[in-house]
Write a protein that binds this ligand. Sequence first.
Ligand SMILES: Cc1cc2nc3c(=O)[nH]c(=O)nc-3n(C[C@H](O)[C@H](O)[C@H](O)COP(=O)(O)OP(=O)(O)OC[C@H]3O[C@@H](n4cnc5c(N)ncnc54)[C@H](O)[C@@H]3O)c2cc1C
Length: 462
Amino acid sequence: MLGAGIAGMLAATAVARHLDGVTVIDRDRLPDGPVPRPGVPQANHVHALLSGGARAIDALLPGTLDRLWAAGAHRIALPADMIALTPQGWWRRFSEMQFLVGCSRHLLDWAVRDQALRDDRISVLSAAEVRGLAGTADRVTGAIVRDRDSAAERVIHADLVIDATGRGSKAAGWLAGLGLPAVPEELVDPGLAYASRMFRVPDGCAAGFPHITVQMVPGTGLPGTGGALLPIEDGRWLITLAGTRSAEPPAGEHEFEPFARRLRHPVIADMIRAAAPIGPVHGFRSTANRRRHFAKMPVWPEGLVVLGDALCTFNPVYGHGMSVAAQSAALLADELGGDGLRPGTARRVQRAVDGVAAAAWMMATGQDARYPQTLARRPAVAARVFQRYVDRMMRTAGSRPEVAAPMLAAFTLSGSFGRLLSPDVVLATLRGPAGQPLAGPPFTRRERAQLGDPYSDPSSAG
Ligand SMILES: Cc1cc2nc3c(=O)[nH]c(=O)nc-3n(C[C@H](O)[C@H](O)[C@H](O)COP(=O)(O)OP(=O)(O)OC[C@H]3O[C@@H](n4cnc5c(N)ncnc54)[C@H](O)[C@@H]3O)c2cc1C
């Protein structure tokens, strides 16, 4: 297994069930606790684990969710515990339909890794950088690995090599080195930048405080800006601000709150003002949607699978990457559980994991192609028509639970995308929103009391 990130550890769990043993190779020295490490720089930013991914993780590694709750992760019911200003307006807080896990990415990675390593068929080789693949164009037989201390290189042989080295994966180049043709690649890049900062929760707001998002609006002819507040363990809020090309959030501490105040609603800026910062502002810019079509290669070597971000990255505002990685690992377990590793297994798995990424890819790129400075091909007419339907569905979902439920199921990768086109959902969507739109963030009475001014006045409620 190449890479000990979330995709690598979950895939290692899946493989260990069906093959002899797994060696997970990572260039980092893996910490024994929920702390930052260089190999996962995106971990400083809001990482929402959606219910579709959370269930897949818990099925592969039973007890992981309980462990996260015990470590202080928040179970955020959707949409009950969510204050969301979508492009179409504020969502009502219907009772729970799905959920997300609110915790730091550091905690999540560590919990998954520690759970996985309870299986003594899995071992880790750390401080070891993968430099290439061993084998031929017909069969990959191992990985070329350099020890970071001694700089010595050696080949580690394996029946199955899985590349889970994340967004910086060199798999396409390694395959070219074995004599395979170029890997077709698709890029939809709205030039999104992130800036994030950690805060200590103000007195009284720790328990049950909602997740807040002010979402970007595509299709206006202007760049998008947005933000999110995620309650995480240890009485902290992680706040991320984001903007597409030419509206990027600044990396400076003094500009953080002013940027948040210029969003479509100042609710996140108000939270920033109420809370105390406990760390610097971290920036991140490598956020493009990039899909490497390994499944479309005319030939594919036995013994190689590519998954996680190494296969496909998504604009992070949609929060799909970890869930797609988890569901891909679940699928790998199913495939190996059938016939084990046989001729053609690697290609079949590669096609299957590509299919897991497809729905999230469609959701992200459908939206992102509508920002004016996105680098992408113009979407086909059918995709543009479908997007208009999705817009109307979003507008309706905020006030109609019968549309909100299938929509949240699809969005959290918990239900089928096809359900969005079933007659009852289409009909309810065509009926449009119910009642008056909300005028402001729908905080509960208790949350208003916690927050004080400017939210203590119930007339500011939606
Ligand atoms: C700013 C940002 C915010 C995000 N927010 C969300 C979110 O809210 N929800 C969500 O689901 N997803 C989110 N994502 C996506 C999420 O981070 C990824 O989908 C997820 O990390 C993919 O896991 P992975 O294991 O494939 O890659 P990674 O987690 O990046 O792990 C890759 C591993 O490979 C190792 N490695 C790399 N190269 C080598 C090498 N040559 N040799 C050895 N080891 C190597 C690294 O050290 C690392 O351990 C976000 C991404 C970004 C950039």
